[in-house]
Design a protein around this ligand. Structure first.
Ligand code: PHB
Length: 561
């Protein structure tokens, strides 16, 4: 027998090149600073031919995973579907992420969950409270096991093959190359295998481990294991702080008992078999929308790499895996692909380290998170909204904005403007009275009845122009109409000459979380014409933003301003 791993050998003959190359491009774009790149840069970064890169980015653009911005392409939030497939399949995120947020509130310190990823450690949940200058990692970021507290816990159970993989990773490149989130050049005696083994033995014996500034000066952490019902370490729960608040010993003394108690609670939650979210929320949209499903090549255009799209649809479908995984037949059914096609994709994904196969069952691995997840999960609400506003403005040539409700006011959180038509200079953070603006009315109309009346009662309903609706009863009627029609129009109620059309932005639960508008001069055409031109485009834009929000918020909270 040759020493080749059976998985490799099987996959070696069957690897789906377009899928392999598409993933190479996504990995290249996941490196810090490359999330937006010119095709030529990608040719350089991947060594692929320009025509190949072009076909790959056309395909990924069509699926919605990349967005075109002038000469550049950028990672787009729908790509998070892939990482979401891993996070949903593991079930850890659904079962434990809310507890991480609660713990961070109770401890008033950062708290995270990390899983083993080969010889690395990868974050799957984060609730940060960083006050002092220090790094904050994002979901999807990886750290070398020897440079963090969770690593020693995981490595304490490694057999020789685990140590072999660790040595191979260390030999394969510099830390800065392999772990972009790490700060350069701080090694603090973590370099030797003997030193790391010592910390692993200690962690194994004590059942917890300490990071005393292994990553950067000042950054300290304590981790405990969280075990699955079979007794295997599923993830590590960490509390993270800074030496300006505690020294490492104090951090352990102060938090270890509570951390252990929290880990025990998490283990009970895992044992109780936390129910994953209803499948309407978990089912990747792609399975219903035909991306990657069988379709005539002509329909998709000649530049479209169907086998890349199909491979990614298989990866998305793995999000439905629970426990040990899904069999090939289930994946073929879910994606609508022939078994042989689904199988080739799976073997390719397995060979690349994204999928685990045991017996007949397949499940996604944490490495899937390396595909853009850290960058995209770090985007703010405004970051998510901005490219859509830009696209809308490019079409309508009028200013567009997104606001949220804050008390009786709307507050601007994103804006792309053309010409200035208002007397006030609107910048991010600008506040305007909700009752007299189209976005405000959309936001008020989206509130529960009691809350809506309370906000209106508190509002100072002044006539800002002769047209402003200033009494409560007519305003209530207007708001009811806005709620039922799903949009608002104001014409010269806030300012003479100003007309605005607004629609709501809803979260995955259907709650109105923000409003989107386009504003223009009222002089040039009848209001009805403005409404009928703008409304369909506003609705299309809102739907695209809502889709991004739904995917991006699936496994972490996107903070509204
Ligand atoms: C983190 O969550 O940022 C973290 C966790 C463990 C460490 C270092 C950082 O050892």
């Amino acid at each position: 027998m040759q020493g080749t791993a059976p998985g490799r050998e099987r996959a070696g003959t069957e690897v789906v090149r377009p899928l392999q190359r598409g993933l190479t491009v996504l990995r290249a774009m996941s490196r810090p600073g490359r999330e937006k790149a010119r095709p030529g840069d990608l040719v350089h970064a991947t060594g692929l031919a320009r025509s190949t890169v072009d076909r790959i980015i056309t395909t990924l653009g069509r699926i919605g995973y990349l967005r075109f911005d002038g000469q550049e392409v950028a990672l787009a939030p729908p790509l998070m579907e892939l990482g979401n497939a891993y996070l949903s399949a593991g079930g850890l995120s659904d079962a434990l992420a809310d507890r991480v947020v609660q713990l961070a509130d109770t401890f008033d310190e950062s708290v995270s969950l990390a899983v083993p990823d080969g010889a690395d450690v990868r974050f799957i949940a984060q609730a940060t409270r960083r006050r002092t200058m220090s790094l904050a990692f994002r979901i999807g970021d990886a750290l070398p096991a020897e440079r963090c507290a969770p690593g020693a816990l995981f490595a304490s159970a490694w057999e020789e093959s685990g140590w072999g993989a660790w040595r191979a990773r260390r030999a394969a490149g510099s830390e800065e190359e392999n772990f972009p989130p790490l700060p350069a050049s701080h090694t603090a005696g973590t370099g030797t295998e003997a030193g790391f083994r010592r910390r692993c033995r200690q962690a194994g014996k004590d059942g917890w481990s300490l990071d005393d500034q292994l990553i950067e000066p000042g950054l300290i952490a304590v981790s405990v294991p969280v075990r699955d019902p079979a007794g295997r370490v599923a993830c590590a729960l960490s509390v993270v702080s800074h030496t300006s608040r505690h020294d490492a010993g104090q951090l352990a003394e102060r938090f270890l008992p509570r951390l252990r108690e929290a880990a025990a609670g998490m283990e009970s939650a895992l044992a109780a078999g936390h129910q994953p979210q209803a499948s309407a929320a978990t089912a990747p949209e792609a399975l219903q929308d035909g991306r990657g499903a069988p379709a005539g090549k002509g329909e998709l255009g000649s530049g479209f790499l169907q086998s890349l799209a199909r491979g990614l649809s298989v990866l998305r479908a793995l999000g439905e895996a629970r426990d040990e995984g899904l069999p090939l037949s289930a994946l073929a059914t879910a994606t609508g692909l022939p078994r042989a096609t689904a199988r080739r994709s799976l073997l390719t994904l397995e060979a690349l380290g994204y999928v685990h196969c045991s017996g007949r069952l397949f499940r996604p691995l944490p490495r899937v998170l390396e595909l853009g997840y850290a960058h995209l999960s770090g985007l703010s609400f405004a970051d998510l909204v901005q490219p859509h506003l830009r696209q809308l403005v490019d079409r309508v040539h009028q200013s567009a904005s997104v606001t949220v409700l804050d008390g009786e006011d709307i507050q601007y959180v994103a804006r792309v403007h053309t010409i200035r038509i208002m007397s006030v200079n609107i910048t991010l953070g600008t506040r305007l009275p909700a009752y007299a603006t189209a976005m405000g009315r959309v936001l008020l109309a989206g509130l529960p009845a009691v809350e809506r009346s309370r906000v209106v009662a508190r509002s100072d309903l002044r006539a800002l122009t002769p047209h402003t609706v200033t009494s409560a009863a007519p305003l209530a009627a207007v708001l009811d109409e806005v709620a039922s029609k799903g949009y608002a129009v104001i014409d010269e109620e806030l300012e003479p000459g100003l007309r605005s059309v607004a629609v709501p932005l809803r979260d995955a639960h259907g709650r109105v979380v923000a409003a989107l508008n386009v504003a223009q001069h009222s002089g040039s055409e009848p209001a009805e014409e403005t409404r009928s031109t703008l409304l369909p485009l506003l609705r299309l834009t809102a739907a695209a933003i809502e889709r991004d929000l739904r995917i991006a918020a699936r496994h972490h909270r996107i903070r509204l301003p």
